[in-house]
Design a binder for this molecule. Structure first.
Ligand code: AHR
Length: 548
């Protein structure tokens, strides 16, 4: 991406002072400038953009965990199930969202998974003890079932293979089973299972969170890096062009953070295309001091993690003198801190136990909006992203026997899926800031002294000129004005304008009261070169705008 108009020229044209720019700290990487008072401003110019958006950035995740598969997407016997046992109401919900990519089958689950157990005639598939979540896995839903389901919801599969207890041989066999046309042991096995055509899966996760001591088959970075390299080299014999994602650090607090990534990549840089990042966030004593203003700034911690991992990739690229630049796969992210650990993670040897069923409130949804903004801003480097997860387990969608509930976090995600297309604009944002530093918090969060009240991201669809602007107001008390200053193009019509807000940050939806946290219309300003939005306190808003 090379901006056609230089930053200096643009600023001169807009009459903006250099002093405001100088005030920007590390946040200047986000094109943010601190401002002491007055309405916030965001400058839009389609000549300045960050990336052509790869929609895979807005993917999600479906793991064999708790009620995600069984009673989530698959429930034969339910009056809502189709002939294959898939829940039709869930299909409609996921398809309606237009989720571009779905990661499967795990997560921690994949590190003990034998994919062979989940293919072939259902009456021959074994029930096994699933050791990541101490559950019973019936294997009635497996890879081919997932592929069928992906077609029904119009999503692209992102498959993971087992590099924990699994061998490179079986990982490569899995790729062969899925992708090779015919004439070999594993491709013929697939055909004998009724799938004549290969699934042609392009993106693959090489294991899951192998840096984590909780992971089955956990190993050192060097051991994992060599195993990943060996596996990747064999996979390249099947298809050189597959996109292979190495396991990066699974959070920012493990002592191996960044060192793991460097060592793994020193072993396998030449054979992989991307590296994974994971993180989960919470409004806890340890992370935020249970302070919502600080909590709503956690997407900036995500932003820092992206930059730090990218820096490690570039370091290894330099050391290895490679011409290849790795992209990042933030393939697990979400708020998750209540239904976590202890009984929430122990399936007690049941089929489809209730695990990790986090209930999401308004403040969680606002932060999820912030994560969406961060991912869009960093889309030049982050190609794949997965909201973890899609259904029942830390999820925006929840099933009971008769319906699907939309949790609060669904809405910001759904807006991005619906409206964010085309190019991510390189916005310059000026906003007043507030302090978030405090003693006694975990060292990897809240590392900024000051953060802006307003967080803005935007895309432009160059086919139809439509712009999507996503706006987070972190101010818990006051409405804030945001002036969009348009250099090019000029808005002609506001097609949609909505906000997610409310008086109670802890409000959440239930099956009995599904509309406590839902979007409502936001009065848009008249379209034009200068548009002043009035953003309610503690809100996340979207404007979908037609331009000339
Ligand atoms: O998404 C829940 C779990 O969180 C995943 O299985 C694992 O990869 C992560 O630790």
């Amino acid at each position: 991406m090379s901006p056609v108009v230089s930053r200096r020229k643009l600023l001169a044209a807009l009459g903006q002072s250099g002093a405001a720019l100088a005030a920007g700290s590390w946040l200047s990487g986000t094109r943010f400038a601190a401002q002491s008072r007055g309405p916030a401003r965001a400058f839009l110019n389609q000549a300045l953009f960050r990336s052509d958006l790869d929609r895979r950035l807005l993917g999600s995740f479906l793991e064999h965990l708790g009620r995600a598969i069984y009673t989530g997407v698959y429930e034969p016997g339910s009056r809502l199930a189709d002939a294959k046992g898939f829940r039709t109401d869930v299909i409609a919900s996921v398809k309606g969202l237009q989720v571009p990519m779905m990661r499967y089958p795990g997560g921690n689950f994949v590190s003990g998974y034998n994919w062979l157990d989940g293919v072939g005639p259902k009456n021959k598939r074994p029930t096994v003890l699933e050791r990541a979540w101490n559950s019973l896995e019936t294997n009635q839903f497996g890879t081919n079932d997932f592929m069928d389901w992906c077609k029904l919801v119009s999503t692209e599969p992102l498959l993971g293979f087992n590099l924990g207890t699994g061998t490179p041989e079986m990982a490569v066999a899995y790729v062969e089973y899925c992708n090779l046309d015919k004439g070999t042991k594993w491709s013929e096995l697939r055909r004998s299972h009724g799938y004549e055509q290969p699934h042609n899966v392009r993106y693959w996760c090489m294991g899951n969170e192998m840096d984590g001591p909780w992971q089955m088959g956990h190993m050192t970075a060097r051991e994992y890096g060599r195993k990943a390299r060996d596996t990747a080299r064999q996979i390249r014999v099947i298809d050189r062009g597959l996109q292979l994602i190495a396991c990066g650090s699974s959070n920012t607090i493990l002592p191996t953070y960044l060192v793991w990534d460097r060592e793994v990549l020193e072993e396998c840089y030449d054979q992989v295309d991307g590296i994974s990042l994971h993180n989960y966030y919470g409004n806890t004593k340890e992370l935020t001091g249970e302070n919502t203003s600080r909590f709503l700034a956690m997407n900036l911690d995500m932003e820092r993690q992206i930059r730090e991992i990218a820096a490690v990739c570039d370091y290894v690229q330099g050391v290895t003198k490679s011409s290849k630049r790795l992209w990042l796969s933030f393939d697990e992210w979400n708020v998750w801190y209540r239904a976590r650990g202890g009984p929430f993670s122990d399936g007690k040897r049941a089929v489809a136990p209730k695990l990790l069923e986090e209930v999401y409130n308004l403040e969680d949804a606002l932060l999820v909006g912030g994560f969406v903004n961060t991912l869009l801003r960093q889309s030049e480097r982050v190609r794949v992203g997965c909201l973890a997860q899609i259904i029942n387990v830390i999820a925006p969608l929840v099933t009971n026997e008769t319906s699907v509930l939309r949790q609060s976090i669904l809405y910001p995600y759904a807006w991005a899926l619906k409206y964010a297309h085309g190019r991510v604009l390189d916005l310059r944002v000026e906003s007043e800031t507030y302090p978030i530093k405090a003693d006694g918090l975990r060292a990897d969060f809240a590392r900024n002294e000051q953060v802006p009240f307003l967080d803005v991201a935007a895309t432009i669809n160059r086919q139809n000129g439509q712009v999507c602007v996503l706006m987070l107001n972190r101010d818990l008390e006051a409405e804030r004005e945001l002036v969009l200053e348009w250099r090019d193009p000029t808005p002609t019509r506001v097609l949609a304008c909505e906000t997610l807000t409310g008086p109670d940050l802890k409000a959440f939806n239930t099956f009995e009261q599904p509309n406590r946290v839902v979007p409502r219309p936001l009065e848009p300003p008249s379209p034009g070169a200068r548009m002043a939005f009035k953003l309610p306190p503690r809100s996340y808003s979207v404007a979908h705008i037609a331009t000339s």
